[in-house]
Structures are given as C-alpha cells and as structure tokens.
Design a protein around this ligand. Structure first.
Ligand SMILES: Nc1ncnc2c1ncn2[C@@H]1O[C@H](COP(=O)(O)OP(=O)(O)OP(=O)(O)O)[C@@H](O)[C@H]1O
Ligand SMILES: [Mg+2]
Length: 292
C-alpha cells in the first residue's frame, strides 16, 4: 500500500510544489503549437487559478500536470520528482463529475481505496472523513441521480481528497452549477483548502471565481498558449466576496482577458478571414443616381 493511501486527509505544507518548466505541446507533428514554453510554479499550499480565452491551452496545461498528456518539450515535476503518468499525489476534478451512477456517494468516494486493497474498516473511517469535509456525511447512502449538481461535485471532491493528494487539479469544476450553488462551493472549497493546505491548480472562465479563490491568477495568451500575465491577489482568506477590493481586482483581470480576446480575434481575422478586394463595386464616391 502506498504512503498516500494510508495517510489520512491532513494538512500538508511541505509537499505540493508543482513545477512546469518551458512546457511545449503540439497534438500532431505538423499541427499548431498549442503550448509554447509554458512555465508555471505552484508553491506548496498555493491556490493558483488559470484563466484565458477558449482554446488557449488551459486544459492541456492541467492534463500535462496530471500526467494524462505528455509534453513534447520541457519538464513537469512534483516536489522535484518528474511527472510522467497519473498518480495518487495529483487528483483531478473535472466539470463532469465522472461518478459511477450505480454506486452511492460513499461507495463512489471509497472506490479508489477499495481498488488499492484498503481494509473495509479503514475505508469506512476515511470515507466518513472525506464526506464530512464536503458536508455530505448525511447523504452517504444517496445514489448519484438522487443528488443535486452541487452535491455531485462535492462527492467528486471527496473522492479526490480521499487519496490525500498533494495537489488538486480542477478543470472548471463549478462551471455547470447555478450562481448560489457556486458561491456555496467557493466557500466550502476555501474551507477545505485552508484545512488541508493542499496546492490547488484551478481553471475557470469566471473572472469573479478566479479572484475570489486565487493567491495568484495566471492569464493565458492564446495561439500559441503562453503565460501572458501573473497577477498576485494579496487579500486574506477566506474572502468577503462582496468587498470593494475584490471588485477592483476583478475589473483589472477582466481587462487583461478582454485585451487578450481582442488580440486573438484580430489575429484570427487577419489570418483566416481576409475578404478579397472587390473591384466590381466601384468607389464610395461613385454616383449611384438619385434613387427612386
Ligand atoms: N486531443 C487533442 N487533439 C488535438 N487537438 C487538441 C486536443 N486537445 C486539445 N486540442 C487543441 O488544443 C487547443 C487548446 O485546447 P484546450 O482544451 O487546452 O483549451 P482550453 O483553454 O482549455 O479551452 P476551453 O476554455 O474551451 O476549455 C485547442 O485548439 C484544441 O482544439
Ligand atoms: Mg478547457
């Protein structure tokens, strides 16, 4: 049994240093350059949020950090060890919860431990602890279809936490939730993060979400994917989501993204949509007659 499996979910501050160094990626030999020397260092216990236009390579960065995709160039390490495959030290939570519909909440959460041969009694303790952390101890026996979207994502987070990873990788985990549930999830995730001290690499399209949660926001540059800007958010946690400070920073980050989106749109228009010069329309000052 690995050390990760036998350890309870506890505060970790000495591990979780995730480092991407000059990572480049194409999906085919002659294909477009998707990531161009992306360097990103998440310190142990840091909450890093990546935002950027669609297609800028955010999920690709996360999948490479997870070990699900391989970089063509560059290096990925976790606490100095090269990352080359998925591992229990890096848990992933996606927008789609990916839970087994035929299992109930506690069976889903305990599935990974069962596969690793952890005894039933230890499993039960660990499942209870993980479910308590996401405030779902009372719903342990519920089947997935009996739960709301927010509850399902909380089960997915509990399933990720139970292996006591050093790093949580989250790809738009709350994108499908309504605004109130999202706010609740932000509060709970901050609580879990502060309690466990895990490193979190989180992707979102929501600038508000990014600024509420992050120690540092990374704004991606698109086509190719690069780090455009890093914006430290130096406000104490847990944050008052309605504070003026937050709103000022949200405006600043939004401007950065809008500039990038405008740059990309202009670039795409120049590259792919160059209308041919028409010569048959005459000039604007041509006499078109006096009309009807
Ligand atoms: N498996 C794949 N094969 C080929 N191309 C891919 C693959 N996965 C991603 N891409 C391409 O890589 C680019 C970056 O995709 P990625 O999913 O990382 O972007 P993203 O920033 O997460 O976008 P979104 O905000 O829409 O989720 C896109 O152009 C996408 O089409
Ligand atoms: Mg994506």
């Amino acid at each position: 049994m690995s050390a990760f499996v036998s350890a309870p979910i506890r505060r970790v501050t000495t591990r979780g240093n995730l480092q991407l160094s000059a990572v480049s990626k194409r999906f085919s030999k002659r294909g477009a350059l998707i990531l161009d020397e992306v360097t990103l260092n998440c310190k142990p216990g840091e909450f890093v949020v990546v935002v950027g236009p669609t297609g800028s390579g955010k999920s690709t960065v996360l999948n490479i950090a997870a070990g699900m995709l391989k970089a063509d160039q560059g290096e990925v390490t976790l606490d100095g060890e090269p990352v080359s495959a998925p591992g229990p030290d890096r848990a992933v939570v996606f927008q789609e919860h990916g839970l087994f519909p035929w299992l109930n909440a506690e069976q889903n959460v305990g599935f990974g431990l069962k596969m690793r041969g952890v005894s039933k009694s230890e499993r039960n303790d660990r499942v209870q602890e993980a479910l308590q952390m996401v405030h779902l101890a009372h719903s342990a026996k519920k089947l997935i279809h009996e739960m709301s979207g927010g509850m399902r994502q909380r089960v997915a987070i509990a399933r990720a936490l139970i292996l006591n990873p050093a790093v949580l990788l989250m790809d738009e985990p709350f994108a499908a939730l309504d605004a109130q549930t999202r706010t609740l999830m932000h509060e709970q995730l901050q609580e879990i993060w502060q309690e466990t001290g895990k490193t979190i690499l989180f992707i979102t399209h929501s600038v508000g979400e990014a600024v509420r949660l992050a120690d540092r926001v990374i704004v991606m540059h698109a086509h190719p994917g690069r780090v455009r800007k890093e914006i430290p958010i130096e406000l104490p946690h847990p944050r008052n989501f309605d504070s003026r400070d937050i709103n000022d920073i949200v405006r600043h980050v939004r401007t950065e993204i809008e500039d990038e989106v405008n740059r990309v749109n202009k670039h795409l228009a120049e590259d792919f949509w160059k209308p041919e010069k028409r010569t048959d329309l005459g000039s604007a000052d041509r006499n078109l007659g006096s009309g009807i």
